[in-house]
Design a protein around this ligand. Structure first.
Ligand SMILES: [Zn+2]
Ligand SMILES: [Zn+2]
Length: 328
């Protein structure tokens, strides 16, 4: 197999030949068909997440076809197309796992961080953390659903059913998917981009946002809830100012720059500030069964696997709308 490997933090990934590995008990091996590029991958490469293990193969939005299974795998079969998300393993016995919060497991493994990821021609996964994808839909178009879509979904659920007017701060891979879900659910979506990014604002309007503008602008209506996808801590007070009394601000990212201090009165009146971490397998089952009914269309830019560094650079610079996907 070949992979784009991170050998040192903040350095480009290197194209590397690796021996093929056989799946162990409970594991599957997939031939990677497509792997999405997530903002988390930038945080991984930049060393912004705790305890990185090098060398590392990033990538946690894997669409692959199973070509080998280990002992004891009964729910999946060779030839099946599956999606492999960020949550790669949980312990099953910690207080979080046993209470239905496996996203907060004390001893987790994460695909493309503490487990090998999908910037490769093949990947090994724990079979219990792979989702059957069926045969409908193009491989590359499905890839962003596996993290951008899933984290967006968990954020939307936490924003609450009663959030009818919803602000999305940062209109990238996650927001462009979850805007479609929210609009399908009958919510009204306001999109906030970097100031002056009229291309992305037009993209948001095309997807059905009733309003799109810079994060320095105020929305034309008070928001019931806001989800912050951009890793920019100064957006927290901005979003708190934009939500109504009792409104909720959800921080969806795994990493954010420091939040500046802010006056208590923008949190007062029962506004809530919460964060979302990882996903549960139930999130995956819920979202991936709903996605085909909604008819989500992902906007993707394809890159050959060997050009993963260019894809990461383009993500960092905001050179495309939607999501980047690597094709082996
Ligand atoms: Zn656990
Ligand atoms: Zn991700």
């Amino acid at each position: 197999m070949q992979a784009m490997v991170l050998k040192a933090l903040k350095k480009p990934l290197e194209w590397t030949e690796l021996p093929d590995r056989q799946p162990g008990p409970g594991e599957i091996r997939v031939r990677v068909l497509a792997c999405g590029v997530c903002r988390t991958d930038l945080h991984v490469v930049d060393g912004e997440l705790p305890n990185p293990r090098l060398p590392m193969i990033p990538g946690h939005e894997i669409v692959g076809r199973i070509d080998a299974i280990g002992a004891g795998v009964e729910t999946l079969r060779v030839g099946e197309r599956v999606g492999i998300p960020w949550l790669g393993h949980t312990c099953g016995v910690c207080p979080y796992c046993v209470s239905g919060h496996e996203n907060l497991c004390d001893h987790p493994l994460f695909t493309g961080f503490t487990r090998e990821g999908g910037y490769a021609t093949a990947a090994i996964a724990d079979s219990r953390y792979a989702f059957p994808l069926g045969e409908d839909g193009d491989d590359a178009s499905l890839a962003p659903l596996l993290c951008a879509g899933l984290i967006g979904w968990r954020s939307l659920v936490i924003a609450g059913e009663e959030a009818r007017t919803l602000g999305l701060y940062g209109f990238g891979a996650a927001a462009h998917i979850i805007a479609q879900v929210a609009i399908w659910q009958g919510r009204t979506v306001f999109a906030f981009t970097q100031p002056g990014d009229t291309t992305t604002q037009a993209f948001a309007r095309k997807l059905g946002a009733v309003w799109a503008g810079g994060s320095d602008e105020s929305a034309p209506a008070k928001l019931d809830a806001a989800i912050i996808f951009a890793p920019v801590g100064s957006l927290v007070p901005t979003a708190l100012r934009a939500v109504r009394k009792g409104g909720r601000v959800v921080c969806a990212g795994i990493h954010m720059s420091d939040i500046p201090s802010f006056p208590y009165d923008i949190l007062w009146e029962e506004r809530q500030l919460v964060s979302v971490a990882n996903l549960t397998r139930q999130d995956g089952l819920d979202f991936l069964s709903l996605a085909p009914k909604i008819g989500i269309v992902t906007q993707i830019t394809r890159y050959p696997l060997r050009e993963a560094n260019r894809a990461l650079d383009d993500l960092r610079a905001g050179r495309f709308d939607g999501a980047a996907v690597l094709i082996p």
